[in-house]
Design a protein around this ligand. Structure first.
Ligand SMILES: [Zn+2]
Length: 276
């Protein structure tokens, strides 16, 4: 078992009729908790970090730790850059041994998104790495519904985008959003189904924290292969850390460390089980 490409994990997941969890990490405790859950359930996962997080968790520190944890794990693990915003960061991640990169140029006009994504695909291929890109805008609408049609991924555009860029995975916008939802979102399964029918790349669901277990399973049955989980892990870590710090007695760093590992572990474990 070892560090593998995200593409191979997604193929494996499709063959086994399940989704693969992509878990964001921001420190050593989160890396340990996520890997522990994956090993215990004997299920491959993706460890990832988004470019916006790098101001708190520098890539040159996190990257080698994530790559090493993947290599040493008892299950297959892919290491992925989430929402890469600059070519420099993408190159740095690839140099550090990340087996997958996402480049997010979804806020650019369609043609420019294609051109920028093509550039990333070209760079990643030299490393044998997987590429994920996004079309449509994840998040934004208050109730999470797809009423603001323009934000949802257009299935025809998705087809063209995948053909012209040669990407390995496509992040779709179907009413999902990043962060905490005010209430469970209403996902546009009809749009998802249409995108799935028109494209033949694995689809990615961002903003997984707060989506119901039933909706996860339905989304996976309609073409979602990779599911991103970040906020739920951060919340679970904070909850366990708070519980520890509010408990009686004298506190110490080592027990706090264990509480953070446990918080991440519990959330990752829950989601791996849901995606089976
Ligand atoms: Zn995202």
């Amino acid at each position: 078992m070892s560090l593998v490409t995200m593409k191979s994990l997604m193929e494996q997941a499709v063959n086994n009729n399940r989704g693969v969890g992509a878990f964001s990490v921001g420190n050593m405790e989160m890396v340990k908790g996520a890997v522990q859950a994956a090993e215990e359930l004997d299920t491959p996962i993706i460890l990832q970090i988004a470019e916006v997080r790098l101001k708190h968790s520098p890539l040159e520190l996190m990257g080698p730790m994530m790559v090493h944890a993947a290599k040493a794990a008892k299950v297959d693990i892919a290491v992925h850059l989430d929402h890469g915003l600059t070519m420099d960061t993408v190159e740095e991640a690839l140099e550090l041994g990340f087996t997958s990169v996402m480049f997010d140029s979804s806020t650019y006009p369609f043609e420019e998104n294609i051109v920028r994504t093509q550039e990333v695909v070209k760079a990643a291929r030299q490393y044998g790495a997987t590429v994920e890109a996004e079309l449509g805008l994840v998040g934004g609408s208050e109730d999470g519904s797809c009423d603001h049609g323009i934000r949802c991924t257009n299935p025809e555009d998705a087809k063209l985008f995948c053909e012209r860029t040669g990407i390995d995975a496509l992040a779709v916008a179907i009413g999902n959003a990043h962060g905490n939802y005010p209430s469970a979102p209403k996902l546009a399964f009809d749009v998802l189904q249409e995108i799935h029918e028109k494209t033949n790349v694995p689809l990615v669901l961002h903003g997984g924290s707060g989506i119901t277990d039933g909706d996860f399973r339905k989304a996976i049955s309609l073409g979602i292969v990779k599911v991103n989980i970040a906020t739920a892990s951060f919340n679970s870590l904070v909850k366990r850390a708070e519980e520890y710090l509010r408990s009686d007695g004298k506190h110490n760093y080592f027990a706090l460390n264990e509480a953070m590992v446990r918080g991440t572990y519990e959330n990752v474990k829950h989601h791996i089980e849901v995606f089976q």
